[in-house]
Design a protein around this ligand. Structure first.
Ligand code: NAP
Length: 284
């Protein structure tokens, strides 16, 4: 891929940061430089030298999305903006790469294929599902559906490492099951799809490896940092959030089927290996 033909939106987020490292010559912007919810800004932007837009921008605060203000922002960034990006991509013959979420499903299926019908439980999930539908109207598009993203920024692994440092034994949800996805894995998959001219469409992309609960992942994290002295107590999602207002409903089963991306020759990395590497970097 020729880096300088790539444009990254949401460049300061977890995925945006990883993309900028992979493609140092790529053009990029965050909300201050290009607000993707502003139709005029997107339409008037000079796309002439761009072949690929990677949309790493999103409103990812799933609980905030349940508030009056948050639901408008979620719909604006995760859904409506995709009609503007799709329009620009279509008009300029650009390939649009967009990132979807396990939250487009209700989590009742043990494993989710790309063809499963949307069944979002939350405002965030519904806004992401609408964004997928709009992104898919672009003639040249890749939608990567992912779950439990870990990169540079605020994320679950960092939160657990912080708790360990404070000698806190946490109570962690044990009935949400899925796989971690390191931003490095998403970047590898994006690069693979683009470099190999894979067929346009939707691809599930997470790390491979066993599906586990957040509680079991926490135990793995504590094992890696040699803090088996800390006790992880299991709790169900319902009890964890009992009495709290404005909490988005989460899908319980988030495992995404990786058969389709593997059929293109992509080899997934086990999340355990990336977790080990990630923690080594974070704690060195
Ligand atoms: N995080 C997860 O666990 C997870 C799971 C499944 C799927 N995904 C999807 O994966 C993708 C990447 O997620 P991430 O974790 O990297 O998200 P992130 O860290 O929250 O980054 C999103 C970025 O988008 C920017 N942004 C927000 N509104 C914008 C606007 N109107 N115009 C331009 N930029 C805007 C944000 O800027 P500000 O910070 O300034 O608002 C932020 O830098 C998203 O599509 C997300 O829905 C994430």
């Amino acid at each position: 891929m020729n880096d300088n033909k790539i444009f990254i939106t949401g460049a300061n987020g977890q995925l945006g940061t990883a993309l900028r490292k992979k493609y140092p010559q790529a053009r990029h912007a965050d909300i201050n430089e290009l607000d993707i919810t502003n139709r005029d800004s997107v339409a008037k932007f000079d796309w002439s030298s761009i072949d690929v837009i990677v949309n790493a921008a999103a409103f990812t605060n799933v609980d905030e999305a349940e508030t009056l203000e948050g639901r408008i922002t979620a719909w604006s960034v995760n859904a409506i903006a995709l009609s503007f990006l799709s329009e620009a991509a279509t008009n300029h013959g650009i390939t649009l790469v967009h990132i979807s979420s396990d939250y487009v499903f209700d989590g009742s299926q043990k494993i989710h294929t790309e063809n499963e019908i949307f069944s979002p439980l939350s405002v965030y999930g519904a806004s992401k599902a609408a964004g997928d539908l709009l992104a898919a109207t672009t003639p040249q598009h890749y939608i990567l559906r992912t779950s439990w993203v870990i990169g540079e920024g605020k994320n679950f692994v960092k939160t657990m490492l912080d708790l360990a440092q404070k000698n806190i034994s946490p109570t962690v949800v044990s009935d949400q099951i899925g796989r971690l996805t390191f931003t490095s894995e998403l970047v590898r998959a994006i690069d693979h799809l683009l470099s190999n001219n894979c067929a346009y469409g939707t691809y599930n992309v997470t790390n491979s490896g066993d599906s586990m609960s957040w509680a079991d992942i926490t135990r793995r994290i504590f094992q890696i940092i040699d803090r088996n002295d800390l006790k992880v107590t299991d709790i169900t999602t319902d009890i964890y959030y009992e009495g709290k207002q404005g909490i988005a409903q989460r899908p319980l089963l988030s495992t995404l089927d990786l058969t389709k991306i593997h059929s293109t020759g992509f080899e997934s990395r086990d999340w355990n290996d990336d977790l080990l590497e990630y923690i080594r970097k974070e704690t060195s």
